[in-house]
Write a protein that binds this ligand. Structure first.
Ligand code: HMG
Ligand code: MG
Length: 303
């Protein structure tokens, strides 16, 4: 598997959207800059969603404006045309719409059915196309739903196909509550790959049950080469009860580099970015690699 993998860094959006301690716009901009400096070029920086739904993402317009001039690719979430307009006004060049493979999560997260969500995205994608803005599509709950339980692979494939047919350039498959295991991930990916080329799939696995790295590896065996991850293993969705953080970028980078896949990420700079932001929210990084490197540093400092 010694080829390339593209990492989409989620720390500033998924990573912070569920944190009790709000992080200021200034500190979110600094976090994104630190991630860029660490070699992560594609970064989701915010969400243009209801401030009542996700107050943590208020100020995403200022965050995007604060980093848009820098060399990198910056993504933002938009749930509808209102969000698209605000994102566009802030200079967004890539927006992400987000659907779900389960009705329960679709209603809890965006207050509509799956079919209604696709209808909402149609004008967003049409306007984005006219504005030459690229649209990424998420499917949540691809390996299980906190409300509906087991999800059939074909249900995921159907929604992924709808987003692909709408014109999304890439479909990111989210194990929102981190319940998947490798063989289930493979089965799901095979079903989706019958509808969307594997080269246009991304995997976005939360690590609630500690399976994310194993599931990512299984996904790579199925030909997927785009991985969503968050610095420090931050993340979670307030509308997905029981969900914890994304797979940690440090852990993904460590695994990939160990497999001979160059990521271009400077681990020490990434660790510094993680330590800074987790310090702001008063948490330790969930990342095993970050914890190991921090422990090593403490020992070295004592010597
Ligand atoms: P709704 O209540 O059905 O919407 O919410 P509405 O159109 O009836 O509007 C209600 C209020 O929201 C109105 O304001 C609108 O102006 C406002 P009011 O009159 O009450 O003052 N509003 C907005 N404000 C700002 N930006 C907007 C916007 N749209 C409406 N774009 C809605 C529907 C989708 C807006 C709401 O449910 C929402 O914002 N949900 C966001 C949920 C969210 O962000 N979840 C986390 C991200 S998804 C995720 O984490 C999963 C992912 O990581 C993948 C994975 O892990 O699986 C991507
Ligand atoms: Mg997520």
């Amino acid at each position: 598997m010694s080829d390339t993998v593209r990492i989409i860094e989620m720390g500033a959006r998924d990573g912070l959207q569920n944190e009790k301690t709000p992080v200021s716009v200034e500190n979110r901009i600094a976090f994104v800059k630190n991630l860029l400096d660490a070699g992560l070029h594609t970064i989701e920086v915010g969400a243009f969603v209801s401030p009542k739904a996700i107050p943590q993402m208020v100020g995403s317009d200022a965050v995007l404006r604060g980093v848009n001039h820098l060399a990198g690719e910056f993504h933002v979430l938009v749930p509808n045309e209102k969000g698209y307009e605000a994102a566009r006004a802030s200079g967004a060049k890539v927006v992400s719409v987000f659907a779900a493979a389960s009705e329960g999560f679709s209603h809890a997260n965006i207050n509509c059915s799956i079919v209604e969500s696709i209808e909402r995205f149609k004008p967003v994608v049409a306007r984005a196309k006219a504005d030459r803005v690229r649209v990424r599509g998420y499917v949540s709950c691809v390996l299980g739903c906190p409300f509906d339980g087991e999800i059939k692979p074909q249900a995921v494939a159907d929604v992924a196909k709808k987003l692909w047919d709408l014109g999304c350039y890439e479909i990111s498959l989210g194990d929102t509550i981190g319940v998947g295991t490798p063989m289930k991930a493979k089965e799901m990916l095979r079903a989706v790959a019958a509808e969307v080329p594997p080269a246009r799939l991304a995997i976005h696995f939360h690590d609630t049950y500690g399976q994310a790295l194993a599931n990512l590896y299984a996904g790579m065996e199925e030909g997927v080469r785009v991985i969503d991850s968050a610095a420090g293993g931050l993340g979670g969705c307030p509308f997905a009860p029981g969900a914890t953080g994304n797979v940690a970028t440090e852990d993904v980078v460590y695994m990939l580099e160990g497999m001979g896949i160059r990521t271009g990420v400077d681990m020490q700079k990434l660790l510094a970015a993680t330590n800074e932001v987790t310090g702001l929210i008063g948490r330790m990084p969930v990342s095993r690699v970050a914890a190991a490197l921090n422990a090593k540093k403490r020992v070295a400092n004592r010597a």
